[in-house]
Design a protein around this ligand. Structure first.
Ligand code: DP6
Length: 343
């Protein structure tokens, strides 16, 4: 590590969101996942972050989100920066101004914590590099993970896993690993149309949800199931088997919400309209024979996942049958696999 004195630094970075096909839900230590997860990086849903750092005797932060000072984000980001400064003292010797904006609506069911923490960690990595510290993607990934677990998966494009497992060489609990080179080309242009049922702030945070797994009566069987779903899905992804991958993806999404329903006290993040959309997807799949599947994050919004080749037939279905169930009857985000991670 270098002893270079702090000097002013500014950068602008962009990091994509990601959607988990195998879910991370539960921790076995500080930001250590209880099971391996697998995600697709998105193309259109990104966070743009500008970071300006000027030397200062004490760590200070001003955080602007969408052009307005945001004291909530400022508080959580300051605590993240203080924690990182406890490990790397150079980071504690700046006054930071961070300006950040998302290409997608806040709380739209796209995990903004993933893209924003990935962007911030990438920017801090650049600051450290500029001061003579050699930072690797693995180091930056570990930093992002400490901010928000799913953020470490946004450091890479394509398909990404996070969590130690026997199926992916180089896999780790500390950072993510790209698996894109092993994935069948039929998945490499996958579409994700997010049907935004509600943009209201979530009633229960993911952080709280992870915590409920410590006492959850089904935790042990969930982790066992996640492990086998992970291995099976990976096989399906390598083989280009949409039916296999899609059916596991849906089990993962419904299991996540079943875990919320069956904790104490149980809670429900799905809305009646989320259920309507799920049922319509199942009917459309049965009737059309097309490989159209859903996944859901910790919220009411439904991600419709399908191959590019099905787009011309799926698009009218979305417009005519699904959009009426979204917020204001017209709230969808048309996204697809993104090739690049934070940059
Ligand atoms: C349901 O990464 O947001 O989206 O590590 O506590 O910040 P923290 O949690 P977070 O959890 C994401 C949960 C999920 C599933 C997933 O993305 O794997």
């Amino acid at each position: 590590m270098s002893n270079e004195l702090p000097h002013s630094f500014a950068t602008q970075v962009k990091a994509p969101a990601n959607i988990a096909w195998i879910k991370y839900w539960g921790k076995k230590g500080p930001q250590i996942p209880a099971n391996a997860s697998l995600s697709m990086t998105l193309r259109e849903c990104v966070t743009l972050t500008q970071l300006e750092a000027t030397p200062s005797s004490a760590l200070k932060l001003e955080l602007w989100f969408d052009g307005e000072r945001n004291l909530n984000f400022e508080k959580s980001t300051l605590s993240f920066l203080n924690d990182r400064a406890a490990e790397i003292s150079l980071l504690g010797q700046f006054s930071y101004k961070i300006q950040t904006q998302n290409s997608f609506p806040h709380s739209s069911g796209i995990a903004s914590s993933a893209s924003s923490m990935a962007a911030l960690s990438y920017a801090l990595g650049q600051l450290l590099n500029d001061h003579g510290h050699k930072t690797s993607n693995i180091f930056i990934g570990s930093m992002a993970r400490l901010g928000s677990g799913s953020a470490c998966r946004s450091l890479e494009g394509g398909f990404v896993t996070w969590g130690e497992n026997s199926k992916v060489s180089g896999s780790s609990d500390l950072h993510a690993t790209s698996i894109t080179s092993q994935i069948h080309s039929d998945f490499l242009n996958a579409k994700d149309t997010v049907l935004v049922v509600s943009t209201s702030e979530k009633e229960v945070s993911s952080r709280h949800g992870h915590g409920t797994m410590n006492e959850h009566p089904f935790a042990k069987s969930r982790y066992f199931q996640a492990q086998s779903n992970f291995s099976e899905m990976l096989e399906g992804l390598k083989a280009g088997d949409w039916e296999k991958v899609g059916s596991i993806m849906e089990v993962e999404a419904l299991t996540l919400h079943a875990l919320m329903l069956t904790t104490k006290p149980g809670y429900i993040l799905l809305e009646p309209k989320s259920l309507e959309i799920i049922k319509l997807i199942q009917i459309f799949r049965r009737e059309s024979g097309l490989p159209v599947f859903f996944t859901i994050d910790a919220g009411p919004n439904i991600h419709l996942i399908y191959p590019e080749s099905a787009h011309s037939k799926v698009e009218p279905f979305i417009r005519h049958e699904l959009l009426p169930f979204t917020e204001n009857g017209n709230n969808a985000i048309w996204d697809s696999m993104g090739e690049v991670g934070a940059q």
